[in-house]
Design a protein around this ligand. Structure first.
Ligand SMILES: *[C@@H]1O[C@H](CO)[C@@H](O)[C@H](O)[C@H]1NC(C)=O
Length: 352
């Protein structure tokens, strides 16, 4: 008789069991976090074939060395932790101890369980900026140890934009506790939508995290994207999203209040570390020089680019729903019925 064997091919392969997100009561957010920040918090769907899951912040720090121009610099006397990272300067790159082209296990992060929790791994940070008069922006910051970049025409030989460390976010803008609009980070920019038109699970908006790059989209399916300074025809470079693995970032997050006047963070529970938020350097390796055999340039883009700065650098006190980066801020609406993967449905909207 033949025996069947089950082979798990990807760390973030589709869960066999899919269950509803936990209720507000089942979640254990610290006291003081506004209830609407929890009630309307986005749910993230990871792509079913994404190998690179959300990652525990401390686990990441356990596998990197502070380097400036690839040279090791002395760190804190203790190992790097979320509580001493601010001792490192802004010129520091938290550089992988392993060759990431060998796909070490730790860069694959932690796959959420059936409830959407990354067990034993703190993979998100919720940052609340109360601007007064009922104006509150809640940032939902997502951390992945690795960003697998794009593939031109889907060819893995033409892959570029990989980097160690990947900070992504969504933001929900509230007025008097009522969600108004939502920002989805995507590569160098992103998209904004009215809260009423985004897809939801109950009251919670859904963000689709694209395979490898973790850009956040409002609609599942295939999304064209561009390379800065190159106008590529549609279909050349695409992000893929689907309802693969449900991740509820609230279940494994640190919660902070942000004070814009002093640019400081306070943990709601009085315990969550804040030092890591004050680290001004980069979460990941510096862009490898072309003399490095792993490196290649394509359309002027590096196969391995540099790691990102952290959450404090995401314009936490922005005036518009979009970050201020010289690009038009369009508040979009999604027409229903929505059919998977068709960007044409994202129509209308107004410049705000
Ligand atoms: C924060 O943003 C608000 C509203 O856009 C603005 O009035 C305030 O001056 C900003 N604070 C700082 C410290 O920039």
């Amino acid at each position: 008789m033949l025996s069947k064997s089950l082979v798990i091919v990807a760390a973030c392969a589709t869960s066999l069991v899919r269950s509803a997100p936990l209720t507000l009561e089942e979640r254990q957010a610290p006291a003081g976090v506004p209830d609407y920040v929890l009630k309307y918090a986005p749910i993230v769907y990871l792509h079913s074939d994404d190998e690179y899951c959300p990652t525990d912040l401390q686990t990441f720090l356990n596998h990197v060395t502070p380097r400036v121009d690839f040279n090791q610099v002395s760190g804190p006397s203790n190992p790097l932790t979320t509580s001493n990272l601010d001792q490192m300067g802004s010129d520091v790159w938290l550089t992988s101890n392993d060759d990431v082209t060998k796909n070490p296990q730790w860069i694959k992060g932690t796959k959420p369980d059936a409830k959407g929790k990354t067990n034993g791994a703190t993979t998100a940070a919720i940052i609340v900026n109360d601007k007064g008069n009922g104006n509150v922006d809640a940032f939902y910051m997502y951390f992945y140890a690795y960003n697998y970049g794009g593939e031109v025409l889907g060819w893995s030989e033409l892959n570029f934009g990989n980097h160690v460390g990947d900070w992504e976010h969504t933001m929900v803008r509230f007025l008097n506790g009522v969600p108004q609009s939502m920002w989805f980070s995507q590569h160098a920019n992103g998209q904004a939508f009215t809260y009423t038109t985004v897809e939801k699970s109950g009251p919670r908006p859904i963000a689709y995290s694209s395979k490898g790059s973790h850009a956040n989209y409002a609609i599942d399916g295939t999304h064209d994207h561009t390379i800065p300074n190159f106008n590529l025809p549609g279909g050349v470079l695409e992000d893929y999203t689907n309802k693969g693995v449900m991740w509820d970032p609230l279940l494994s997050a640190y919660y902070y209040k942000f004070d814009a006047a002093s640019t400081s963070f306070t943990a709601y529970d009085g315990k969550a570390p804040t030092a890591w938020l004050n680290f001004k350097g980069r979460w990941g390796d510096k862009e490898y020089p072309t003399s490095d055999k792993r490196q290649r340039k394509l359309f002027g883009q590096a196969k391995f680019s540099g790691g990102p700065t952290g959450p404090a650098n995401k314009q936490l006190n922005r005036s518009k729903i979009c970050p201020d980066n010289g690009k038009l801020c369009i508040l979009r609406r999604i027409l229903v019925p929505r059919t998977a993967g068709d960007e044409e449905e994202i129509v209308g909207g107004e410049v705000v």
